[in-house]
Design a protein around this ligand. Structure first.
Ligand code: LMR
Length: 400
């Protein structure tokens, strides 16, 4: 059965992680996979997470099954974090939230559910988007179409072209938007642009699906969900998948959530029963530990504050690194203008390098980045910045 199955190339992002680990160059730099790193190049367990874990260790009485929807406390508290308490209250029974195995689990659960409600429907994704959106959504049966989003030459959002493409989307079609900190380009929609999308969705009747993987890593916990809250407040239906991998640093614990907002409270029972049945058929139930940590943190004001201030430090560090990178490149005499990096949000930006330049950075300098020239800004630190700037300067001066 398995003798003729063809092998596949490594995943474009996970393969980089493995290649970086194999590289014996002591000067190597990891700007690849989207994992937050501190000034020491480490991805530490957050102090609030450690504290919640020790509370759980002392208090947990059972490891019995929790069910396909996960923990009710987690679902309620994550909804409050994403939508805020007023909107959560006003959505009332029109909202259901399911704990999922990470953001990926949430995206797949959503896609399988959508495919039941509207088989073989179309989903519009940004060009570019996170590469894993394609298998996560497409292998569930959705047809993927792309809309223009980022202009590599002007380093800005192609908003008019995006709106012209989305004007073709109608009822039964979905439009996937990145809630904040766009992955891979870091260029986020402005409030006015979110408002224009809101109007278009209301006029054309397509369903918006928001992937929210970086809440708190752009401008702030509330600021980063401006668009999510705007649309949740006015559209009849909405899908939001949120992740706790980055903002709680819980990557390997796999914590995420799928929220579906329906037009009427009456349809929630049917929707919830379908989502529960899809989850049961894929993984039965989400893992508990990471979600229990999040529920513990969000449920205690002191822990919540501790986590919020750790998250603020992470965000501030990333934003400072953006400024530092731009300043250092300019000071080193690089003629290309990298100022756009300062305006972009979250962990990622494109450096705008050619395939040959990227290959040279990886092979000749051991500086790892995704083959689109996406860098994880958080991978820069005081120990590697000189080597990074020297290498980029040498490479860019050679190619001018
Ligand atoms: C990334 O984009 O690097 C992260 O979201 C990690 C992943 O799974 O690809």
């Amino acid at each position: 059965m398995f003798e003729s199955i063809p092998g596949l190339d490594a995943d474009p992002i996970l393969g980089l992680m493995a290649a970086y680990r194999r590289d014996s160059n002591p000067a190597k730099i990891d700007l690849g996979i989207g994992v937050y790193m501190d000034d020491n190049g480490k991805t530490p367990v957050m102090a609030a997470v450690k504290e919640a874990e020790s509370q759980l260790l002392a208090s947990q009485q059972s490891k019995s099954y929790i069910g396909p929807a996960g923990q009710a406390e987690f679902n309620e508290r994550i909804a409050q974090l994403v939508f805020g308490s007023d909107l959560t209250a006003s959505l009332g029974e029109r909202r259901c939230t399911f704990q999922t195995p990470g953001g990926c689990g949430g995206l797949r659960l959503a896609a399988e559910f959508i495919n039941r409600a509207n088989p073989n429907g179309k989903i519009w994704v940004s060009d570019p988007t996170w590469p894993n959106h394609v298998p996560l959504l497409g292998e569930a049966g959705l047809h993927i179409e792309s809309y223009p989003y980022y202009d590599q030459d002007s380093h800005s959002i192609r908003f008019d072209a995006m709106m012209a493409a989305l004007d073709k989307a109608g009822p039964g079609e979905l439009v996937l938007l990145h809630g904040c900190c766009h992955n891979p380009c870091g260029a986020d929609l402005s409030p006015q642009q979110w408002q224009a999308i809101e109007e278009l969705a209301l006029r054309n009747g397509f369903t918006v699906f928001i992937d929210l993987a970086y809440q708190g890593l752009g401008d702030g916990l509330d600021e980063d969900v401006y668009g999510v809250r705007l649309l949740a407040n006015s559209l009849p239906e909405l899908i939001v998948v949120s992740s706790c991998s980055k903002n709680f640093g819980l990557y390997r614990e796999r914590v995420g959530a799928l929220t579906v907002i329906t037009q009427s409270a009456q349809s929630q029972a049917a929707v919830s029963s379908q989502i529960a049945s899809v989850a049961r058929g894929i993984y039965s139930m989400p893992p508990d530990h990471g979600a229990a940590i999040v529920a513990t943190i969000l449920g205690q004001p002191e822990l919540l504050q501790k986590w919020d201030s750790e998250l603020t430090q992470m965000r501030t560090r990333i934003n400072n690194l953006r400024t530092l990178l731009v300043e250092r490149l300019a000071r080193a005499g690089v003629a290309r203008d990298f100022g756009f990096i300062q305006q972009e949000k979250g962990m990622f930006s494109f450096l705008g390098l050619s395939k040959a330049e990227i290959a040279s950075l990886i092979n000749d300098y051991s500086i790892y980045m995704v083959n689109s020239s996406r860098i994880n800004v958080a991978g820069i630190n005081p120990d590697n910045i000189d080597y990074l700037i020297d290498s980029l300067t040498t490479l860019l001066l050679q190619s001018t």
